[in-house]
Design a protein around this ligand. Structure first.
Ligand SMILES: Nc1ncnc2c1ncn2[C@@H]1O[C@H](COP(=O)(O)OP(=O)(O)O)[C@@H](O)[C@H]1O
Ligand SMILES: [Mg+2]
Length: 449
């Protein structure tokens, strides 16, 4: 989730890759030599009555682990089941994974809403999200189901540069970095931000991500159907994640399925606008619709391919508003560690009354999104709470960027309430692609990609 210092490549290289270095007990475990049975995790879905006698049991653990180079260096382990199959899990520490578990539960609920709503079933494609099991073990450790044959969006893009283009990402990043202090933290004018941002975007070929999808397809028709799978999943993901205020949508927090072309969201530590409210460089866009993603849909444009699905998805969720808020209300009765950390950051302590206030505001935000609010006002509220920027000179500029200019942007030209689902989606698309917002974002988000 957050942005603490990462290990250097040198430090990463020195870490052991053998399970026994982390847990000799697990490394030595052999079901045949142990009197108790250990079930494979993740078989209690809560969706039906469990039948433990049919559950897969653990035979042993693979001796090797894979370390991920992201912030907390999560570790992938492989469990061998008594059904002769191998099961991969990611072990994560330093986080209360109940957050991710609840987000996945909300996604599962949204899937059932999408599948039932006539708004979705009558549309050309039914929105849906790929979900995975999350199993919290304690407040600091948990495991999640590894989704096979996927690649983080960042790596998927990286693999598509041509030989003579290997330097362009580094150059773009360096240029953005040079401008960053000026555009993000200082009182940069809209015109200058856009000019600087566009210069950076132009350093990268327009179609790198798109080439990845082309590479996966064996024919032109294949490309169109893969792109359509990408669009349907991504549009549903954007709407679902936006409703839950999920941020930190940098390119390593979305996975692309190498089998289907569908996009899968991961890592939900920033939720309920926390990436706008608490990060030093607030994430002002509702979801990631950066140039490489938009260009996947050329020449039709995102309007044709994404908008229709987003409108049907949001409309369906709005019809089921009461179910979604009821589930959220149940969650906030038992706040996660992240939730309490956010209250601590905002209020200075975690007295019950402050937790309650924080939680009821989050329920209100969800309700607003599921009613008729202008999405830009959600961001405006969250940025007004951000202690890093609210008292700075940059604040007025950020507010202006969020709302856009009257006459130029839809979000500035309509009021705070009374919007139709179509208008809400128009504004979401506009805000997510606004160069005056993208150009003021955290460099690690790769706003130019
Ligand atoms: N469910 C999953 N299936 C497959 N790969 C995953 C899954 N979750 C995470 N990963 C991989 O692990 C990396 C780090 O995971 P993430 O949850 O983002 O950790 P961090 O909190 O350290 O950023 C991801 O970029 C991705 O490569
Ligand atoms: Mg991550």
């Amino acid at each position: 989730m957050g942005r603490v210092l990462q290990l250097s490549p040198e430090e990463m290289r020195k870490l052991p890759r053998q399970l026994k270095a982390y847990s000799p007990w697990l490394a030595n475990f052999q079901a045949s030599k142990y009197s108790e049975v250990l079930e494979l995790p993740g078989q209690y879905t809560g969706m039906s009555k469990p039948l433990p006698e049919y559950h897969v049991k653990i035979s042993s653990f693979d001796e090797n682990v894979l370390l991920m180079s992201s912030m907390r260096v999560p570790m992938r382990i492989i469990i061998r089941g008594d059904d002769e199959k191998e099961y991969k899990f990611l072990v994560k520490w330093g986080e209360d994974l109940r957050t991710d578990q609840r987000m996945e539960q909300m996604f599962t609920l949204m899937n059932s809403i999408y599948a039932r709503s006539p708004l979705c079933t009558k549309a050309s494609s039914v929105p849906s999200l790929d979900t995975y099991q999350v199993i919290p073990l304690s407040l600091r450790v948990g495991i999640l189901q590894w989704v096979d044959s996927t690649q983080p969006l960042k790596d998927f893009i990286n693999d598509s540069y041509r030989e003579n283009e290997t330097k362009c990402y580094g150059e773009a990043r360096a240029l953005y970095g040079k401008n960053e202090n000026y555009t993000v933290a200082k009182k940069a004018k809209k015109r200058d931000v856009i000019k600087a941002y566009e210069e950076v975007v132009n350093k990268i070929p327009w179609d790198v991500l798109r080439r990845g999808l082309v590479r996966m397809s064996s024919s032109t028709e294949g490309f169109f159907s893969l792109r359509s799978a990408f669009a349907v999943s991504y549009a549903a993901l954007c709407i679902s994640q936006w409703l839950l205020g999920i941020g930190d949508r940098h390119c390593s927090n979305s996975l692309v399925s190498l089998k289907t072309g569908r996009v899968i969201g991961i890592d939900f530590g920033h939720h309920f606008e926390s990436a706008v409210q608490f990060l030093p460089v607030p994430e002002l866009m509702p979801f990631r619709l950066s140039p490489q993603i938009v260009n996947v849909f050329q020449p039709i444009g995102q309007v044709g391919m994404l908008k229709e699905i987003m409108v049907s998805a949001l409309g369906a969720l709005q019809e089921s508003r009461h179910v979604l808020t009821a589930v959220l209300e149940a969650f906030v009765k038992e706040p996660t560690k992240d939730w309490l950390d956010f209250v601590q950051k905002q209020e200075g302590d975690t007295q019950d009354s402050k937790v309650e206030l924080f939680s009821s505001k989050r329920i209100e935000l969800l309700n607003d999104k599921l009613s008729d609010i202008n999405p830009a006002y959600i961001t405006l509220w969250a940025v007004s709470q951000n202690k890093f920027v609210a008292k700075q000179k940059a604040y007025e500029n950020l507010k202006q960027a969020v709302l856009g200019d009257r006459g130029e942007s839809v979000r500035a030209s309509v009021g705070e309430r009374g919007l139709s689902t179509h208008q809400q989606v128009d504004i979401l698309l506009e805000q997510a692609t606004d160069p005056n917002i993208l150009g003021r974002s955290w460099i690690g988000w790769d706003p130019f990609l």
